[in-house]
Design a protein around this ligand. Structure first.
Ligand code: PLP
Length: 392
């Protein structure tokens, strides 16, 4: 079939990158300025302060030009030394990718293995910490919101496991698909380093990422020996911007200033989080309804861990998620997320984070239902009604 020329606005329902509000897009289209210009420095400083409010931290935040992977790498190389051990709690594709990176950087990786549909068992985390009588584990790495499976891991419970074991390891969290969408409290939850990126809840283009760093982690940084240059936090501290070894991506900051205004002042962080919870419930209601008649199901099997920023939907046996996605894109201009790693073709993902409201999510759900009808994917019709019932 020849692709139809898309008409109307593309419904972009990926779990990151996400929709960019018009006012953020316009703010980003700023003429180049000297990054040491006092007017820019004012914008820059207010952005860093705003970012700390979203992270709920009073500690240092280091920023990099690079996607989330850059912040992952920066965090590991600034805190650890060759051959040191990290404990990674398995959640899905992204925990495994972070583990692979750690291994490639010369770290010793221990995994707490988990079923991707349920996420890590905290009893197994406690056992792994208790077994580590020599305290070889230097850092525990957790993906707060596993974007590949649509599951949130309770960070305060991981903190409690470390505290109960009296284990001194640093607690590192990936907040890439949770920050600015789900409740996140770096200082209150005792997080030592958290990794974030621009293209999800912060509603910006891809290309900037950052790490929030506790005082304890800054201490650990002093003795870390993994090679680093562009990512070196000590180098960054010597610069006016306390970040960016190299040119500062000024345009991003005009966009960030606007997205922070929208989140912190216009809507309010509490309301942002409540909106994500509300829209996520509607998505899950639709999927749970569709699952009748041997239809698709929620991939996540642990209701306490349902993610409010992304839902992974498991296709019925014998039906290809990528074929459904391709058709939804070609015929209806709806872009859905695909399954990652071993979930390729088995799941599709509905991103419901960032700049999103009821009409947008209902449009997405109605179009998914339409696509399933056209493609002959079994499902119980009426998922949109089920979503409406949660929103009314
Ligand atoms: N961690 C999580 C939870 C993610 O969702 C992603 C990307 O989607 C990454 C890490 C990697 O970030 P990036 O693709 O921006 O490098």
């Amino acid at each position: 079939e020849t692709p139809r020329k898309p008409r109307g606005r593309q419904f972009f329902a990926n779990p990151g990158p996400t929709n960019i509000p018009d006012s953020v897009l316009l703010a980003t289209a700023h003429q180049t300025v000297d990054f040491n210009d006092p007017n820019f420095l004012e914008v820059y400083d207010s952005c860093v302060a705003g970012l700390k409010q979203v992270l709920r931290t009073e500690h240092e935040v280091f920023l990099y030009t690079g996607s989330g992977h850059a912040a992952w790498e920066a965090t590991l190389v600034n805190l650890l030394s060759p051959g040191e051990t990290v404990l990674i709690l398995e959640s899905g594709y992204f925990s495994d990718s972070w583990a692979q990176m750690a291994q490639d950087l010369g770290l010793e990786v221990r995994m707490v293995a988990a079923d991707w549909r349920r996420g890590v068992d905290l009893g197994a985390v406690r056992a792994a910490l208790a077994d580590d009588t020599a305290q070889a584990i230097r850092a525990v790495c957790v993906v707060h919101n596993e974007t590949a499976t649509g599951m949130t891991i309770p960070l305060p419970e991981v903190r409690a496991a470390l505290d109960a074991a009296g284990h001194p390891a640093l607690l590192l969290s990936d907040t890439i698909s949770s920050l600015g969408s789900l409740d996140y409290r770096m200082d209150e939850w005792g997080i030592d380093a958290c990794v974030g990126g621009s293209q999800k809840g912060l509603m910006l283009p891809t290309g900037m990422s950052f790490t929030g760093v506790s005082a304890k982690a800054m201490q650990a940084h002093q003795s870390s020996r993994l090679p680093k240059h562009y990512f070196n936090w000590t180098k960054m501290l010597g610069r006016r911007h306390r970040s960016f070894v190299g040119t500062v991506p000024t345009s991003f900051f005009y966009g960030l200033q606007e997205s922070l205004r929208l989140m912190l002042r216009e809507e309010g962080l509490e309301q942002v989080i409540a909106r994500h919870a509300r829209l996520a419930r509607a998505v899950r209601a639709a999927v749970q309804h569709w699952s009748g008649n041997d239809g698709p199901q929620l991939f996540c099997l642990n209701p306490a861990r349902y993610s409010d920023s992304v839902t992974a939907v498991l296709m019925p046996e014998g039906h290809d998620a990528d074929a459904l996605r391709a058709m939804a894109l070609q015929r209806f201009n709806l872009s859905l997320g695909g399954g990652l790693g071993p979930l390729g073709g088995k799941v599709f993902r509905i991103g419901h984070l960032g700049d999103l409201n009821e009409p947008m999510i209902l449009g997405t759900l109605a179009t998914v239902e339409l696509a399933m009808r056209v493609a002959g994917v079994p499902h119980a019709p009426g998922g949109v009604d089920a979503a409406l019932a949660t929103l009314a």
